[in-house]
Design a protein around this ligand. Structure first.
Ligand SMILES: Nc1ncnc2c1ncn2[C@@H]1O[C@H](COP(=O)(O)OP(=O)(O)OP(=O)(O)O)[C@@H](O)[C@H]1O
Ligand SMILES: [Mg+2]
Length: 474
């Protein structure tokens, strides 16, 4: 914690005020004092305290009044209340006004120190979060992350909380959901942002090479080691190390990794010197680490080391409201790289088409689909014919059956039931836009209305029909 914390002591009894001032100064804090609410406000304005130790019974007003007066002036320091007459009522009142802690006098120095330390930690975090939020408003720190769906907003909130700390973060999520993008965002808004970010894909190396990749090696450590090499840990020193696909790490390496994390020292392969390292660890996996642990393929103790804080990147199908923004984002990127193209955007049908797909490959799949479409469509809007025919063939058998944006029809269903399912799901994907849904389904608007009428009448589409549109359903 930095040394220049400012603490304002508001206390009318001189002896107590002096005592507090002395104690806090001894601990290295900068201290200012006031003996009533009015002078406290004046003092706070010039001193800008991080924390206020506040007596409740002051000669001019109730101490809690100070909180309101400070807020009115745009100040919001962390408040710790001290009182000789603790009562449940005043404690509740204090908490409601956002008081951080409530101590009864006489307070033991140790208790006070602990409360002040926690309060300052909170003040520091809060200052950091405020700064991040301001930057985010300006579109700064999460610039690479597209998405304002509830799932993403929740994720940003958690990132805000964890990024300023040094805690290890485990990022879990399906393939292509943006785990690496997220890891970079955590680094970028952490105090280590100006220090290195080093990513290692643990699945990309055979075991023998992974060790030297992570820890480095000395010259001659093994055949082919013609020169010494600095490992990722050393490269990431004072910064962040991102261990991608951690679930693929062989058990023996897991043991070595755990030791390094615990001792905060690495020894290069073939070396004897231990190098102290200071890295923040982010790890990611698209594997079910619980299952791997249960099978004994992932060490429990390593898991707990890495899983201090967990972030989950949601699958695209659970944040379909972000789809259009993501698609636009990738198209824009493509057009920047290929300025001669005259693609203007997506037609409503194309977007509805994209929304009707379940995206097993998540954001990465979407990016590929958009790039392909942009290649095919050199001018004007991207239309359904520029998109792949997302079909049964392309969909893995494991795609969840209850997926909102996929149609799942059990073998043995009647055609009319399948038709009904398809029509209703497509309509939903088009957000109720019937002409659009009819177009995608390849049926006339009239037929669509007729079917919807039947479904509404409760027939459930159970009667087999023959009609000119039957063959038109894709
Ligand atoms: N929220 C997002 N905003 C913008 N682009 C994103 C977002 N999420 C993912 N992407 C893009 O999608 C692609 C896949 O992202 P990333 O590599 O981070 O996924 P991943 O979860 O690490 O996948 P894997 O498990 O396969 O390694 C990248 O091109 C990335 O830029
Ligand atoms: Mg990845």
């Amino acid at each position: 914690m930095n040394r220049s914390h400012r603490v304002l002591v508001v206390e009318d009894q001189e002896a107590v005020r002096r005592g507090l001032e002395e104690l806090l100064s001894e601990d290295g804090h900068r201290v200012a004092t006031a003996s009533d609410v009015e002078s406290a406000v004046a003092r706070a304005l010039e001193f800008a305290p991080h924390l206020v130790l506040l007596d409740l019974n002051l000669p001019d007003k109730n101490g809690l009044e100070l909180i309101r007066e400070l807020r009115e002036r745009g100040m919001d320091p962390t408040i710790i209340v001290l009182t000789a007459h603790a009562s449940i009522d005043s404690a509740v009142d204090a908490v409601q006004r956002g008081v951080f802690d409530y101590l009864e006098k006489p307070v033991l120095p140790e208790r006070l120190r602990a409360a002040v330390a926690r309060g300052l930690e909170r003040a520091e975090l809060r200052g950091e979060v405020d700064r991040l939020r301001r930057e985010m408003m300006r579109g700064g720190r999460f610039e690479e992350m597209i998405g304002s769906s509830p799932r993403m907003l929740e994720l940003y909130r958690l990132v805000d909380q964890v990024a300023p700390t040094n805690a290890a973060v485990l990022i879990l999520g399906e393939s292509g959901t943006g785990k690496e993008v997220l890891a970079r965002a955590v680094h970028r808004i952490s105090p280590r942002a100006s220090r290195p970010f080093v990513a290692v894909n643990c699945a990309a190396f055979p075991e023998s090479l992974l060790e030297s990749e992570l820890f480095g090696h000395e010259k001659g450590a093994f055949t082919g080691a013609t020169a010494a090499r600095v490992g990722c840990f050393e490269q990431a020193d004072t910064g962040t190390l991102f261990l991608d696909e951690i679930g693929e790490m062989p058990l023996e390496m897991q043991t070595k990794l755990l030791r390094v994390l615990e001792e905060k020292k690495v020894r290069r392969v073939g070396g004897s010197r231990e190098v102290p390292i200071d890295v923040r660890i982010l790890a990611a996996s698209n594997r079910d680490l619980d299952a791997l642990r249960a099978e004994g393929r992932f060490r429990e103790d390593l898991f707990f080391r890495l899983n201090v804080f967990q972030l989950e990147t949601p699958p695209l199908r659970e944040r379909m409201t972000d789809l259009a923004a993501l698609a636009e984002h990738f198209l824009r990127g493509f057009l920047e790289e290929n300025p001669s193209r005259r693609t203007t955007g997506f037609s409503a049908e194309a977007l509805a088409f994209l929304k009707a797909h379940s995206w097993p490959g998540n954001v990465r799949e979407l990016r590929n689909v958009v790039q392909r479409a942009a290649v095919l469509c050199s001018e004007g809007e991207i239309r359904p014919e520029h998109l792949p025919r997302f079909g049964e063939a392309g969909r893995p058998a494991t795609a969840p059956a209850d997926d909102r944006d996929a149609v799942s029809i059990p073998v043995g269903s009647s055609l009319s039931r399948a038709e009904r399912e398809l029509i209703l799901r497509t309509l939903r994907a088009c957000e109720g836009n019937k002409p659009q849904a009819a177009k995608i389904l390849g049926i006339s608007l009239k037929t669509l209305y007729t079917r919807l009428h039947e479904y509404e009448a409760g027939s459930g589409g159970s009667s087999e029909r023959d009609g000119p549109d039957r063959g038109g359903i894709r």
